[in-house]
Write a protein that binds this ligand. Sequence first.
Ligand code: FAD
Length: 303
Amino acid sequence: MNRPRELFIPAKITNVYTYDSGEVRKVAFTLPETYEVDGRPVPVRDRMRPGSAFLVKPFGVRTQKYRRRMYTRTNCSDESPRVLETIINDTHKEKADTSPWWQTDDLVQRCRTGESIDVCVNYDETRSELVVYQNSETVDPTTLILEVDHEWRSMRIVALALSTGITPFLSYLQYMKARAFGTLDGAIGGHVSLILSVKTPRQLMEHQALLDLAQEFPQHFSYHPVLTREWPEDWSHGKGRIIQVRTNGGQEECVNLAPLIALEPNLQQCHVRFCGNPLARDQLVLGLEQAQLAPLSFRAEAW
Ligand SMILES: Cc1cc2nc3c(=O)[nH]c(=O)nc-3n(C[C@H](O)[C@H](O)[C@H](O)COP(=O)(O)OP(=O)(O)OC[C@H]3O[C@@H](n4cnc5c(N)ncnc54)[C@H](O)[C@@H]3O)c2cc1C
């Protein structure tokens, strides 16, 4: 069988929204309905599953080159076909390349002047279509692609997101909301408890929308924002680290998950999902082991 040909095609930069200047932005790119390949217009199909990532070529400020980078989509293909939205932070790592570029005025200017960015699609010649690339097709422990509809509709999910690790879960929530959290055919429906940890109030992404969603669907969604570095005086939600690590005299790490358990006492009856950095994922896994807590399932994506 022929493997589809990978192509990068231009998508217009249609939105740049700054949550925290120089730190975190939401961006959106709109792919055309058709794109010409070998002299023929070919339709662009968008079937990305919630929780998956697309591939783009942003500019690298360190290397001065366009690089291939993956971003998890925050919106849904059936709600917003061909409009790929994500949230990106500056990693501030010594060798960071593209992540600082997303926070620059250059990007805003490109959006204002209707410029494009290259997005990866697969050219399926047999069906004569260009399909938006997604990083994974399978539900497995190292991806966050949402389970098929008949499964998530009866699941209780605890989603732990660190900073832009919120991206896959925003997509889940948009998808589930459009399906009344799986209750349309009289079923009880699914439940998501989103625990979001960010440093400052400015970095709370889609905060009001999430508060509103929790109020609209109290049986199906709860939202626990946690601030780790600064918080307003009247902040009534979580403060401090949700996963706390202590080393006893340089020996084995001891992970305290009490703040997480206080928010979700029944982790063993839940499907735990994590999105954040690899170190925090490993600490969470260790903490669950040390507390002898085995969730119904555990899946994590770390970048
Ligand atoms: C599936 C997936 C989904 C993602 N989704 C998002 C998202 O929604 N939002 C978001 O902000 N980010 C997301 N990312 C991360 C994003 O793709 C970038 O990796 C991140 O923004 C850093 O990019 P960068 O170009 O600044 O740094 P990079 O150049 O990628 O470097 C990152 C770090 O890796 C180190 N490094 C780079 N190359 C090497 C090497 N050859 N050997 C050793 N170390 C190296 C660098 O020192 C640096 O510290 C996702 C990544 C994946 C894999």
